[in-house]
Write a protein that binds this ligand. Structure first.
Ligand code: NAD
Length: 488
């Protein structure tokens, strides 16, 4: 295995070089995959294009059965896929169990949703007319996926894309292609050739070729703002459908009525899940000033007891960061904050005695302000910066003081604050008292610079269709309002 998957076959394609895949907990090379080329993207797009008319025509119930079967196969290989994911991505096994669950359940969800809806009928614009709206697939969809949730974020694109009749070319992250390749081998190997294709490789050498390809009318992308901007600048002039899920700098506001023994673990989970490498990680925390000192103390105590280690060890709370440059970026944010007057209450150091692996102790900071990188830019690491607020309006203003708008969380039992928060905060997802939860039936996505695409729910399926309005005059008689005007 560890080959690309093009037109129903595993292949090394045109690659002459291979990319080494590391285990971030040990730094060991665990596999190699082909360094795909433009010619491989070309072959995958040609295969997907050729497969499109046939796949589009497959009846809904048949497509649904195939997607359910794919989900069942993934379930049957659960432990193997979770282990592989833990080895290539690094987060704890228990978090990958959750990721796998979301992967096969999303296939089941869209298998059903996709067979029920293909448009609507509206009242006629003219008595002889029959007016209806058809939702049509785009054709070949390029699915470009990041490394932090390689299977879940793939499923959120792949399932609705296939359910609505598109064919796909997947470009997994160059850091985490192994589970994608294995998943396709397990679940999609016998789909009609060309319906699902995977090209491994680097962003510029493969992803960008997909973005610029004239036969790829839609790009579904999850990744960083910088890459999203680059994709938009290239695909925008080609008028492609862009489905962009970008970065975040999510706030959490903690109201003074909230119990500490709820708010502290909720925040730790929300900020440190996957070692803070979640697009919706809480990266800015606003605590009411009346409780800030005690809150900081209890949080510090809680966080300092969390256990770092291999994701395969059941006692591990936090795994490593993905690679050293990402760890260095987090350290640079911490350094800049400290140089500007912030205090580190715990963590922020490479753990003693763990020479291998890109580990970093989770950090709690106070004395931060919005001039610091740690409150402005996506840190994407295990860092919890705490800032006080007085009036609730001030908390909302601080929460909105960011170019991003992915998620936001409020911890309170006060329903009056809830309304002000969800109306006032500009974010695509609002959580009250239960951060980072998702729901298959409801959309996930961003506002502002976090991108405008939506995944999950009906909205997440509609992204993969374009609408066509059909005006059908069923009588076909000559109309009196046609030419010539003013004469019989
Ligand atoms: P990234 O932007 O570096 O890479 C994402 C994917 O794009 C990879 O497959 C990469 O190879 C590819 N790519 C890179 N350059 C490209 C180009 N010029 N054209 C086409 N494809 C290209 O992101 P990453 O480091 O893999 O992931 C982390 C980022 O993803 C964070 O910013 C995080 O917030 C974001 N993210 C967002 C969501 C969301 O749903 N909004 C979810 C998870 C992660």
């Amino acid at each position: 295995m560890d080959q690309m998957f093009i037109n129903g076959k595993f292949t090394g394609g045109n690659a002459v070089e291979r990319i080494e895949i590391l285990n971030p907990a040990t730094e060991a090379v665990i596999a190699e995959v082909p360094r795909g080329t433009a010619a491989d993207v070309e072959a995958a797009v040609a295969a997907a294009r050729a497969a499109f008319p046939g796949w589009r025509a497959v009846p809904g119930a048949e497509k649904a059965a195939m997607l359910h079967e794919a989900a069942a196969r993934i379930r049957a290989h659960e432990d193997e896929l979770i282990r592989l994911l833990t080895e290539e991505e690094g987060k704890p096994y228990v978090e990958n169990e959750e990721e796998l669950l979301w992967t096969h359940n999303t296939l089941d969800y869209y298998a059903e949703l996709g067979r029920h809806d293909r448009g609507r009928v509206i009242p006629p614009g003219d008595p002889d007319q029959f007016n209806f709206i058809v939702k049509e697939p785009y054709g070949v969809v390029g699915c470009i996926v990041p490394w932090n949730y390689p299977l879940l974020l793939l499923a959120w694109k792949l399932a609705p894309a296939l359910a609505t009749g598109n064919t796909v070319v997947i470009k997994p992250s160059e850091y985490t292609p192994l589970t994608t390749l294995r998943l396709v081998e397990i679940a999609f190997h016998d789909f009609p050739p060309g319906v699902v294709n995977v090209v491994t490789g680097y962003g510029i050498e493969t992803g960008e070729v997909l973005v610029r390809h004239p036969d790829v009318p839609m790009i579904a992308f999850t990744g960083s703002l910088a890459t999203g901007q680059r994709i938009a600048s290239q695909a925008g002039p080609m008028m492609k459908k862009l489905h962009l899920e970008l970065g975040g700098k999510d706030p959490m506001v903690i109201a003074p009525d909230m119990e500490m023994d709820v708010a502290v673990p909720a925040l730790a989970y929300s900020a440190l899940l996957n070692s803070g490498q979640v697009c919706t990680s809480t990266e800015r925390v606003y605590v009411h000033e009346s409780i800030l000192p005690q809150f900081a103390e209890e949080l510090t105590d809680f966080v300092s007891k969390l256990k770092l280690g291999s994701g395969l060890d059941p006692d591990t709370d936090l795994g490593p960061l993905l690679r050293n440059p990402f760890r260095e970026k987090v350290e640079a944010h911490l350094r800049e904050a400290v140089d500007s007057g912030a205090q580190v209450l715990t963590g922020g150091k490479r753990p003693a005695g763990m020479e291998k692996g890109y580990f970093l102790e989770p950090a709690v900071l106070t004395g931060v302000d919005h001039s610091m990188l740690v409150m402005r830019e996506e840190t994407f690491g295990p860092v919890i910066p705490l800032m006080g607020y007085g009036k609730f309006d001030e908390a909302i203003e601080l929460a909105n003081d960011t170019p991003y708008g992915l998620g936001a969380c409020l911890m309170t039992h006060d329903h009056r604050l809830v309304k002000r928060f969800f109306e006032g905060v500009q974010a695509g997802t609002i959580w009250i008292n239960d951060p980072l939860t998702d729901n298959y039936a409801g959309p996930f996505g961003g506002m502002k610079m976090s991108g405008g695409g939506r995944e999950l729910g009906q909205e997440g399926m509609d992204e993969f269709t374009q609408v066509k309005h059909v005006h059908w005059d069923m009588i076909g008689a000559r109309k009196e309002y046609w030419y010539p005007y003013g004469r019989d």
